[in-house]
Design a protein around this ligand. Structure first.
Ligand code: PAF
Length: 262
């Protein structure tokens, strides 16, 4: 396999079309594709949804096989974190922004498991959904800082018929919550419209977006932010490449969505 390209799609299972789009992209760009399924306890804080996170292993295996994945790596917790493991990877500063601010320790859990998976799989390219834009920025920083010889590829967000970004957590939503959740995408479309009409000031854009979000019953906004896509630091003006990102609780389910300014 020397000189050939190995694509890697790390997942926590409960696969949907978003994950499968990563696999298809990896397939189209690489000579062989490895996928992993591992619900990583380290990236869930106490009280979060680790225990109830959807686990659909048999169906996931069938989907990955149908998509032509060459190898599935599905370790258990003891294999990933043998007794006595104490070393973690913390991506300082950037790891505490956006989701890292609302979910302390989350990105240490993500960076640690992804570093270990990269060591186990040794991929040439690894594919991540752009929906988790902050995760992608944190992992890019980790790859640079720790000299991982892997290219990270961010892939477009896949949406359901009503605009809701696909997420394994959408399964938690009741019918009414699902209708409330549509406001995330609607707000992002509104912002795209404002930007297309020439509004670039972050304060005005955030004000407009927050009004729409707050008008929706059943939603609790976690953050609505206009930031540099690499550093996740706030910017005053939404220029090309700027990340517009939202996180909100719909009932007890936390959903995220975003777009990059064109
Ligand atoms: O995005 C995810 O599904 C997870 O955070 C990842 C990258 C598989 C690490 O557990």
């Amino acid at each position: 396999m020397r000189g050939s390209l190995l694509g890697f799609v790390p997942t926590m299972g409960a696969l949907h079309e978003g994950h499968l789009s990563l696999v298809r992209r990896a397939r189209s760009e690489c000579d062989a594709v490895v996928a992993s399924i591992f619900v990583n306890p380290l990236q869930f804080a106490p009280g979060e949804d680790f225990a109830k996170y959807p686990r659909t292993f048999e169906a996931d295996c069938r989907s990955l096989q149908m998509e032509g994945v060459d190898v599935l790596f599905a370790p258990d917790v003891a294999e990933m974190y043998p007794n006595g493991s104490v070393t973690t990877v913390t991506v300082s500063e950037i790891g505490d922004r956006l989701d890292g601010s609302s979910r302390p320790g989350h990105f240490t859990g993500v960076a640690t498991v992804v570093a270990k998976l990269f060591h186990a799989v040794a991929p040439t390219r690894a594919y991540f959904g752009q929906k988790d834009a902050a995760q992608l920025a944190v992992l890019q920083q980790m790859v640079r800082d720790l000299n991982f010889d892997v290219e990270l590829v961010g892939c477009v967000i896949v949406r359901d018929w009503d605009g809701l970004a696909l997420s394994s957590r959408n399964k938690y939503l009741s019918g009414i919550e699902r209708r409330h959740a549509r406001v995330l995408h609607r707000t992002l479309l509104q912002l795209q419209g404002m930007i297309a009409e020439g509004e670039r000031q972050s304060t005005a854009l955030v004000r407009g977006g927050m009004e729409t979000l707050k008008a929706e019953a059943g939603i609790r906004v976690d953050y609505f932010a206009i930031v540099d896509a690499n550093t996740l630091l706030p910017v005053t003006s939404a220029e090309t490449g700027t990340l517009v990102a939202v996180a909100a609780y719909v009932g007890s389910t936390r959903l995220i969505d975003n777009f990059l300014v064109a």
